[in-house]
Write a protein that binds this ligand. Sequence first.
Ligand SMILES: C[S@@+](CC[C@H](N)C(=O)[O-])C[C@H]1O[C@@H](n2cnc3c(N)ncnc32)[C@H](O)[C@@H]1O
Length: 180
Amino acid sequence: MDKVVSYMIHQIPTNANVLDVGGGDGYVANLLLSKRSDIRVTITDIASNVGSFVEHTNRNRLTVHPSTDISELQGKFDVITITDVIHHVPTALRQEFFAKISSVGKEVGCSKIIVKDIEPEGFRAKLALLGDLFITGDRNVVQLSANEILFPNFTKSDWAMPDFPNYCITFLSENVTNLR
Ligand SMILES: C[S@@+](CC[C@H](N)C(=O)[O-])C[C@H]1O[C@@H](n2cnc3c(N)ncnc32)[C@H](O)[C@@H]1O
């Protein structure tokens, strides 16, 4: 995950207020907070137990919203991060999820969405899938290719495969790209 987070920290603007959707135990949020002392992170998740992995020294820059649907969120956020979440969203609900992220993004003033997920190719991707299906027990998991991720009103601005099969995509709000 270190290579992925190293990519992500270069995509996050100075002093950013980051909304980590599906942040879970806070493993990624903790790495981001440790590597970027200027940012704040808010984790929101439909799960009830979130952020337990975040170190004490980073907690003063962390807010958590457990058992929360993203549409309930209020506030201002510069960036939305979504790491290893989309492959857990049932396939039939993914377009709705993308539309919801886009509309929440607009409401909270977010100019950038950063997604990390797993390309469904090769041995490591298979291992990750088996882990999700049989260790975490989420039978809805279906991995998706980077080119299947599209957020209405956001444009893909950067793409990287920092640690195959893990990819990262950065999307910019069209409000921002239109100002260029
Ligand atoms: C594999 S964990 C990833 C946790 C963390 N983002 C990371 O990379 O370590 C997937 C998380 O996505 C959350 N999740 C799944 N669907 C979600 C949704 N529709 N809205 C918010 N969180 C969701 C799950 O509850 C879980 O905590």
